[in-house]
Design a binder for this molecule. Structure first.
Ligand code: SAH
Ligand code: SF4
Ligand code: F3S
Length: 478
C-alpha cells in the first residue's frame, strides 16, 4: 500500500484558532452566551473527536447544552459501523426539523464516519435540507473554517472528499470527565476486514509520534486523571508507519514510566499481531490493567478467512494461552459477529465452543450488518434475519451465563477499584471499575468519586459486582 504519512502544520491549527476568535466576536456580540450541542454516536474514537469539536466550540465562546431547542449550533458526530447506528442518526436528524423551525438561525452540522460515505452525503444533500454543514473525519481539524463558511455563506457546506487522512496535533480539547480520559495514539485502519466500513471512512493507519503521546499522558496524569485509555482501531500496529523502531509495547513502557496513581488501558488489539512482548510488557508494567479486549469475531476458520482476519481459531487460542501465562488474573473481553454471510449452523457452533473454551469476562455481540462497498456485502447469504436472531440469542445466553459465573468468583475477594461516578440511586449510589474494567456498585461518600478504594465484593450478577468499601486512596498497586 503506497501511503505517505501526512502531518497538518501547526500554523494551520493556529489559523483555525484565529477563526475561532472571529466567530467568538460574531456570536457573543449581543452579550448573550451562545449554546452548542454535540451528539456522539459510535466508538471511543468518536468520543475523542467530539471532545475536540467541543474544544473548538468552547474557544468560539459557546457554552454547552443537551437541549436541542436551546442550541444555536448542533453537531451530530456519526458512526457507520452498523445500519442500526445510521438509522438512529437519520431519525434524530429528521427530528431537528422542529428545532430549526423554532430557532431559524440554528446551524445543524452532521460529521463523522457516516457522512464520509458518498451515498450518505448524497442522501443528506437531497433529503435533509435542514442540515447546513456536512464534514467527514478527515476535515475535523478545520471545523472552525467550515462552520464560519456555513454561518456566513449562502450555500450549504459539504466537505467529504476522499482522503487517506493525516496526523493532526494541537487541536484544543474539552474532555467529558475528570476521572477517565481517552488518548488517541493512532488513526485509521489498514486491515480491511471484509465486513467493516472503518478503513474506508477513517483512512490509512497513521501513528502519532511517541513524544506527543507521552506528553499528553503526562498532562492528563498531572491534571488528576486516573484512568487513561490509549485508543486506536488496532493499537498493535502502532508505530509501523513512523519507522522509529518504537512499537506498541515500547509505547506502553514509555507511558508507564510516568509516575502517578493511574490505570493504563488500551483498545483495540487485533489478534493477528498481539505479541508476546506486549503481554510481557503488560505483566511487568506498573500501571497497565490486566485486561485485553481481543475481538475474535468468529470461532470458525472458514468464516475467519472469509472475514480476512488473518488468524485461525488455533492461533487465537494460543494467544489467549500465552497472555494468561503472563497474567493469570487477566480479564478478557471480545467482539463477535453473528450471521456473517453464509455462516452455517456448524460454523456458529464453532463460535459457541470457542466461547466455552476461552470463557470471556464479557462479550460484545453483533448481528452482521451489510455495509455498502465492503467485500462481504456481495457474498451470498442464504440465511434469514430470524436464523441469525436465534443464533444471537443463544450466544447471548451463553455469554451471560459465563459472565455470571465469572462474577460469582469475585464474591468474598477484596480488590482495588476506581470510583468513577454517582448513580443517582439510593442503595448503591456510587459506581466503580476494577482494574479489569468490571462494573462495581458501592455505597459511600460522593466525594470519593475520582479515588481508588479497596472494596470487598459481597454480591454479583451477570452484569455487575456489588461491594463494600474497606478504605479509599490506598495508593498504587504493585
Ligand atoms: N478495530 C476494532 C473494531 C472496530 S468496530 C477491531 O478490529 O477489533 C467494533 C466491532 O463492531 C467489531 O469488532 C465488530 O465485531 C463489529 N462490527 C464491525 N463491522 C460490523 C458489521 N458490518 N456488522 C456487524 N458488526 C460489525
Ligand atoms: Fe474494522 Fe477490521 Fe479495521 Fe477493526 S481491524 S476497524 S474490524 S477493518
Ligand atoms: Fe463507528 Fe467510525 Fe468508530 S464507523 S465504530 S465511529 S471509527
Amino acid at each position: 500500500m503506497s501511503y505517505e504519512r501526512k502531518e497538518i502544520a501547526p500554523e494551520e491549527i493556529a489559523r483555525q484558532e484565529e477563526i475561532c476568535r472571529r466567530i467568538f466576536d460574531r456570536v457573543t456580540a449581543d452579550g448573550q452566551r451562545p449554546l452548542a450541542m454535540v451528539d456522539t454516536y459510535g466508538c471511543q474514537q468518536n468520543e475523542a473527536d467530539s471532545e475536540k469539536l467541543r474544544g473548538y466550540l468552547a474557544e468560539m465562546g459557546y457554552g454547552f447544552t443537551r437541549d436541542e431547542f436551546q442550541a444555536d449550533v448542533i453537531v451530530v458526530n456519526t458512526c457507520a459501523v452498523r445500519e442500526h447506528a445510521e438509522m438512529r442518526v437519520f431519525g434524530n436528524v429528521g427530528a431537528l426539523n422542529h428545532t430549526k423551525k423554532a430557532r431559524p438561525h440554528q446551524i445543524i452540522a452532521v460529521c463523522g464516519c457516516m457522512v464520509q460515505q458518498p451515498h450518505i452525503a448524497e442522501k443528506i444533500k437531497k433529503s435533509y435540507p435542514i442540515v447546513d454543514l456536512v464534514f467527514g473525519p478527515h476535515e475535523l481539524w478545520r471545523f472552525p473554517e467550515l462552520l464560519e463558511r456555513a454561518m456566513t455563506g449562502k450555500k450549504r457546506v459539504f466537505a467529504t472528499e476522499k482522503s487517506d487522512g493525516a496526523v493532526v496535533e494541537g487541536i484544543p480539547q474539552r474532555r467529558d470527565g475528570s476521572v477517565k480520559a481517552w488518548l488517541s495514539i493512532m488513526y485509521g485502519c489498514n486491515n480491511f476486514c471484509t465486513y467493516c466500513i472503518v478503513p474506508y471512512v477513517r483512512g490509512r493507519e497513521r501513528s502519532r509520534r511517541p513524544e506527543e503521546v507521552v506528553a499528553e499522558a503526562r498532562e492528563l496524569i498531572a491534571a488528576g486523571y486516573k484512568d487513561i485509555t490509549l485508543l486506536g482501531q488496532n493499537v498493535n500496529s502502532y508505530g509501523k508507519d513512523l519507522g522509529l523502531g518504537v512499537d506498541f509495547a515500547d509505547l506502553i513502557r514509555m507511558v508507564d514510566a510516568i509516575d502517578g496513581d493511574y490505570v493504563l488501558r488500551f483498545m483495540t488489539s487485533h489478534p493477528k499481531d498481539a505479541t508476546e512482548k506486549l503481554f510481557r510488557t503488560m505483566a511487568e508494567s506498573r500501571h497497565c490493567a490486566h485486561h485485553i479486549h481481543l475481538p475474535v469475531q468468529s470461532g470458525s476458520n472458514r468464516v475467519l478467512k472469509a472475514m480476512n482476519r488473518s488468524y485461525t481459531r488455533e492461533k487465537y487460542l494460543e494467544q489467549v494461552r500465552l497472555a494468561r501465562s503472563y497474567m493469570p488474573d487477566l480479564v478478557l473481553t471480545t467482539d463477535i459477529i453473528v450471521g456473517f454471510p453464509g455462516e452455517t449452523e456448524e460454523e456458529f457452533e464453532d463460535t459457541l465452543s470457542l466461547v466455552e473454551e476461552v470463557r470471556y469476562d464479557a462479550m460484545f455481540t453483533f448481528i452482521y450488518s451489510k455495509r455498502v462497498g465492503t467485500p462481504a456485502a456481495s457474498m451470498p447469504d442464504p440465511y434469514t434475519r430470524a436464523d441469525k436472531q436465534k443464533h444471537f440469542d443463544r450466544l447471548t445466553e451463553l455469554s451471560n451465563r459465563i459472565s455470571g459465573e465469572k462474577h460469582r468468583e469475585y464474591e468474598g475477594r477484596t480488590l482495588r477499584v476506581l470510583i468513577d461516578g454517582e448513580t443517582g440511586r439510593e442503595e448503591y449510589n456510587l459506581s466503580a471499575r476494577t482494574d479489569g474494567g468490571r462494573l462495581v456498585h458501592l455505597k459511600g461518600e460522593p466525594s470519593l468519586v475520582g479515588q481508588f478504594a479497596e472494596v470487598t465484593i459481597t454480591a454479583s450478577n451477570t452484569w455487575a459486582l456489588y461491594g463494600e468499601i474497606r478504605n479509599s486512596e490506598f495508593g498504587v498497586r504493585n
